[in-house]
Ligand binder design. Structure first.
Ligand SMILES: Cc1cc2nc3c(=O)[nH]c(=O)nc-3n(C[C@H](O)[C@H](O)[C@H](O)COP(=O)(O)OP(=O)(O)OC[C@H]3O[C@@H](n4cnc5c(N)ncnc54)[C@H](O)[C@@H]3O)c2cc1C
Length: 279
């Protein structure tokens, strides 16, 4: 049976985590599914979804967006501070009822290969703030997520904030392929950003979801895409697709099969390269 502690503030929460080995509960939309697998098990739960210190959304002087870990997906969608290129993937997660409970931090800490918040955080080089009683640590998302359900978090630590460097010039392409239009988990997903300035294409970022143990992003491949765009050698599109083909390792599971995932994700990449980037 679970013993649930509902702290009055963040300090109390961190104190409790320091003293007890407890599972963190935010919106519970992933947690409750996992908890149901261990009926009768004794464990302590720290409920944090109500903590107002973890609900802050702000942009600092360096144009870094701060999302409190327990901001719900609906709160993020409603915030005028959050740009469209972050809202597009979030708007397609679950249903309104799920988005009202599910948090951004929960999506990150659940570390599912199909987590729809993750590709954009990889593409945007998001940093995570991890706090424990008396200590604070920052980590890049690519270092935090180690594999399906595996995160680099120490005993006593919790995720408190997601920091995302913003650029007003980013233009986003987001494609989620699921079993149906709403309330379905990604079979595969594609998130790309381009930064077109008056002097031409300044940057490109590509993150592929649900086709490997973690999100696939390659800075090297992005540099090759930039070179191809600037020099336009015609054979480059096939080479770039082959490069990503070697990076992905999709699996068969109840939602889809590896061949479908591979074909569709590389098809989404090809569409982006030819139609958006015109390589
Ligand atoms: C019907 C349904 C549809 C869904 N559809 C989608 C979808 O389309 N796309 C998608 O990506 N996901 C989907 N999900 C999964 C889920 O809703 C999301 O992953 C959600 O963002 C998880 O957030 P949460 O607050 O509910 O996390 P919780 O369930 O509370 O926690 C998830 C995990 O993270 C840990 N955790 C949570 N917060 C913290 C923290 N601050 N610090 C440390 N550890 C923490 C918990 O201990 C737990 O292990 C769906 C779920 C359901 C039930």
């Amino acid at each position: 049976m679970a013993r649930v502690f509902r702290p009055g503030n963040l300090k109390e929460a961190l104190h409790f985590l320091d003293a007890e080995r407890a599972a963190v509960l935010a919106g519970g939309t992933d947690f409750m599914l996992k908890a149901g697998r261990y009926p009768g098990a004794e464990f302590a739960v720290l409920s944090i979804g109500h903590l107002h210190e973890l609900k802050r959304i702000a942009i600092d002087a360096a144009n870094v967006l701060s999302l409190g870990a327990v901001c719900t997906l609906s709160e993020i969608l409603e915030s005028p501070l959050v740009p469209l290129f972050l809202k597009l993937p979030i708007a397609e997660i679950g249903s309104p009822a799920i988005r009202n409970a599910a948090t951004a931090g929960g999506n990150v800490c659940n570390a599912s290969p199909a987590g729809d918040v993750l590709p954009m955080l990889y593409a945007l080089d998001a940093t995570l703030v991890l706090k424990s009683h008396g200590d604070q640590h920052e980590m890049q998302i690519r270092d935090f997520i180690q594999g399906p359900g595996l995160i680099r978090i120490a005993a006593g630590q919790m995720l408190t904030e997601i920091r995302i460097p913003l650029r007003q010039t980013w233009r986003c392409t987001w494609r989620k392929v699921g079993g149906r239009r709403a309330n379905s988990v990604s079979k595969t997903s594609f998130y790309a950003l381009i930064d077109r300035t008056s002097r031409g294409l300044g940057d490109v970022r590509i993150a592929l979801g649900a086709i490997a143990p973690t999100v696939v992003r390659s800075r090297e491949a992005e540099r090759i895409i930039l070179d191809a765009y600037r020099g336009k050698p015609s054979q480059r599109c096939t080479e770039i697709i082959a490069l990503y083909d070697a990076l992905i390792s999709p699996i068969d599971d109840s939602r889809s099969c590896r061949d479908y995932r591979r074909t569709v994700s590389l098809g989404l990449l090809e569409n982006f390269l030819t139609e958006v980037m015109r390589i």
